[in-house]
Design a protein around this ligand. Structure first.
Ligand code: TMP
Ligand code: ASP
Length: 235
């Protein structure tokens, strides 16, 4: 079914298929951090991120969020709708951590008074700089209407995911989303939702169950990914 390798990113490969409207995503075990400066392998990550992403995308679809998901093909491969990615990393934050803690001097774990939405311009050479609505408009990265849709979906996704994960004793600290345009221009959720792209903390112990274990050399990286898959999917 796979035809040509169209793109190889840090964590995934993307292939064309016989259908010009559909692509195959293939998840790798490779892990990077700090814009590729730190490199490693998290054994089994590709399988877990593929399954966790699809599980969460299906849940979001059921709740009215359009996504690129079509069908899981194998442990590591998923058929998705072809999109043009809007070149923004959309970050949603409920609790201070990571770069927000550093930038604003808020200790990690500080509950934010309200949800914070941030945009970063997807450009590795520039180190994905943070931008606001005005930069996005001035650089023509997305129209006002598209950005409104993206923000609206992002807040709804935050509510849906936070509630879903709370039942599994997982606190959704923050996460990163990417959106794409279908050929007819419709905005859909794309990319992945996984321990690579979210901060998941155990609700009781606040233990980190995500890629921060790799970024910060905390150990038990594989176990954290497995624990997330187990809580979400019983596997
Ligand atoms: P940050 O605190 O480092 O800005 O990260 C915020 C969230 O975004 C966190 O859940 C991890 C995720 N993230 C990515 O998915 N990709 C990235 O390249 C970065 C920097 C963060
Ligand atoms: N994956 C990203 C990179 O290599 C960053 C991260 O997730 O921390 O730059």
């Amino acid at each position: 079914m796979k035809k040509d390798l169209l793109y190889e990113g840090k964590a995934k490969k993307v292939y064309s298929t016989e259908n010009p409207e559909e692509l195959i995503v293939d998840y790798k075990d490779d892990a990077t951090a700090f814009n590729g400066l730190k490199k490693g392998t998290i054994e089994g990550k590709g399988v877990i991120n593929n399954k966790v992403t699809n599980h969460l995308m299906k849940m979001l679809e059921k709740n009215g969020i359009p996504t690129h998901f079509i069908k899981e093909l194998s442990d590591r491969e998923t058929l998705v709708k072809k999109v043009t990615i809007v070149p923004l990393e959309v970050i949603v934050r409920n609790i201070a951590a990571g770069s927000l803690s550093k930038r604003l001097g808020l200790p990690e774990g500080t509950k934010l008074g309200s949800t914070v939405l941030e945009y970063c311009y997807k450009d590795d050479a520039l180190g994905d700089p943070m931008v606001n609505d005005y930069h996005i408009k001035a650089m023509n990265l997305a129209s006002d209407e598209e950005l409104k849709t993206i923000a609206d979906y992002s807040f709804r996704i935050n509510t849906l995911l936070s509630e879903y994960l709370a039942d599994l004793n997982i606190e959704l600290v923050d996460f990163k989303l990417e959106f794409g345009r279908l050929t007819d221009g419709t905005i859909v959720l794309a990319d992945e939702i996984s321990p690579d792209t979210c901060r998941f903390w155990d609700s009781k112990t606040h233990e980190k169950l995500d890629k921060d274990r790799f970024r910060r050399d905390l150990g038990n990286v594989e176990d954290a990914y497995k624990e997330i898959m187990k809580r979400l999917m019983g596997e």
